[in-house]
Design a protein around this ligand. Structure first.
Ligand SMILES: Cc1cc2nc3c(=O)[nH]c(=O)nc-3n(C[C@H](O)[C@H](O)[C@H](O)COP(=O)(O)OP(=O)(O)OC[C@H]3O[C@@H](n4cnc5c(N)ncnc54)[C@H](O)[C@@H]3O)c2cc1C
Length: 462
């Protein structure tokens, strides 16, 4: 008889945890998922990808409706009902969350609603008073909003992305602290619903991990749409005067003050591991982040981790891949499947969207990887001109000797979808020559990739 209650216990039923559970149950492991949230669904469904993308789509609709005259369409007196925009988002999220609950309760594995913490390396104490034991574990407890760097901010109050998703009225004015994905998406969403938005960002450009040309194109559009963007700032203070909240920061050697009705704090998230008592299980962390190897295994060999609690990329499909790899490696000891970030993809759902895969120029330079790059602008491309979506460009990076595609970047219409052509090409290790020779229908957005591919193919003689 097995000495443990379960072969595998998974802590957290979000994207990473659910992926691990499905894989483990499919491989025949006696599996339990323990989910401690008040609602079931995980960050992506409840307060991350899905609600934000539902709102950003509504922002695109109002933006295009206001510009209808461009195509000779009359849409007089365009207005909106913000509460209804939010209500539609809530209805969609309920649908997605109900589906996830249904999947979790489908009977392939046991599902327990409770908070878990380690008592020892094979035992969990649950908040419902029970304990359970397992031979293996996957920790997939996600992340929480990081604490604010300015203590006064705590006193005057601020919105996190969670609260911003609950508003029934847009604030008249908003200061967005931060310049990452979450910050830029919310900034444009509120701006398009008539909020006066000011972004205050520490680094030289928004989206500091992206290539400068991509970030600059987005900043240009933001400024054109009336968003004030301060970059290279140092936060000094936060304050409240009557019904206004304010931030003081250093910018270009001067002390600057900005005020607004609300402040959105979007300066990042921290792995959610503080309540797990990981020390009882011998699991090593760096700060709050659970350390794993490429097989998703922690310092305790029978305990694995997946998703935002281990990072290094807070992206859903990475959490899913990590969860699947962890469960596979537990079910098939010795096979040692490894996570590979060669095809790391990031999408920003602003307008223009940004999609990147593989190497950026910044990363190539930092790692001294030799490359050739070619790009092509959307303002010279048939389909995007038809759509009046002229901002942005596509860019390919290729090995100067091999022609292999090393990375792609798309700033423009449907960039989050368009980047998948490059992902597929890179997955098959295609060269720019092969991509250039691949038939593309005309006139489509996708055929724009053939221009940088052809340009690089001409330069690289195989
Ligand atoms: C505003 C916003 C927008 C985003 N947009 C995108 C996007 O467009 N695309 C994208 O790829 N990513 C996006 N992300 C990131 C993405 O949502 C996360 O990377 C992903 O959801 C992480 O999944 P996870 O399984 O690691 O964690 P989660 O989905 O957070 O799951 C963790 C689960 O563990 C449970 N839990 C925690 N502690 C315990 C415990 N002790 N016991 C039992 N249960 C516990 C929690 O209740 C939770 O359900 C966004 C994030 C935010 C905040």
């Amino acid at each position: 008889m097995n000495q443990f209650d379960f072969d595998l216990a998974i802590i957290g039923g979000g994207s990473g945890g659910y992926a691990a559970a499905r894989t483990a149950a499919g491989a025949g492991l006696n599996t339990v998922v323990i989910e401690g949230g008040k609602e079931v669904g995980g960050l992506c469904i409840l307060r991350g990808c899905m609600p934000t993308k539902a709102l950003l789509y509504a922002a695109d609709v109002i933006h295009i409706t206001r510009r209808a005259g461009t195509w000779g369409i009359r849409a007089a007196e365009v207005s909106f009902d913000f509460a209804q925009v939010m209500a539609r988002k809530n209805a969609l999220i309920k649908e997605f969350a109900d589906d996830r609950l249904h999947q979790l309760m489908g009977g392939e594995f046991k599902f327990i609603r409770s908070h878990a913490r380690f008592v020892d390396s094979h035992t969990l104490a649950l908040s419902n008073g029970e304990t359970l034991t397992a031979g293996n574990f996957v920790i997939s407890t996600g992340s929480v909003v990081s604490p604010p760097p300015l203590p006064p901010l705590r006193q005057i109050g601020y919105l996190t992305s969670d609260e911003a998703l609950e508003l029934v009225e847009p604030p008249k004015s908003l200061i967005v602290l931060g310049g990452g994905l979450v910050a830029v998406e919310f900034a444009q969403f509120f701006a398009r619903f008539d909020t006066q938005v000011t972004m205050v960002q520490r680094s030289e450009h928004v989206l500091r991990d992206f290539d400068t040309n991509a970030a600059e194109d987005l900043e240009k559009v933001f400024r054109r749409e009336g968003i004030t963007v301060f970059t290279r700032t140092k936060l000094v203070d936060a304050w409240r005067e009557r019904d206004q909240k304010g931030i003081t920061f250093e910018h270009n050697g001067q002390t600057t003050r900005v005020a607004a009705e609300e402040i959105l704090f979007a300066l990042g998230r921290t792995p959610n591991t503080s309540g797990l008592r990981l020390e009882n299980a011998g699991v090593t962390t760096e700060g709050q982040r659970i350390v794993t190897n490429a097989q998703m295994q922690t310092s305790a060999p029978h305990i694995y981790a997946a998703g935002d609690c281990t990072g290094p990329h807070e992206i859903v499909h990475i959490a899913i891949q990590q969860g699947e790899i962890a469960a596979h490696n537990i079910a098939h000891p010795g096979q040692g499947r490894r996570i590979d970030y060669r095809l790391l993809t990031q999408v920003v759902f602003t307008d223009p969207q940004i999609g990147t895969v593989g190497l950026t120029e910044k990363a190539a330079r930092a790692r001294s990887v030799p490359y050739l790059a070619a790009s092509y602008p959307f303002n010279d491309h048939g389909k995007s001109v038809i759509m009046e979506a002229r901002d942005g460009f596509v860019q390919l990076l290729a090995g100067p000797k091999t022609g292999e595609i090393l990375g792609g970047c798309c700033v423009g219409p449907m960039a989050g979808d368009l980047i998948h052509e490059v992902i597929a090409a890179m997955a098959r290790r295609m060269t720019v020559h092969e991509l250039a020779a691949t038939p593309h229908y005309h006139p489509t957005l996708a055929e724009i990739w053939t221009y940088p591919a052809e340009e690089l193919a001409k330069q690289i003689h195989l």
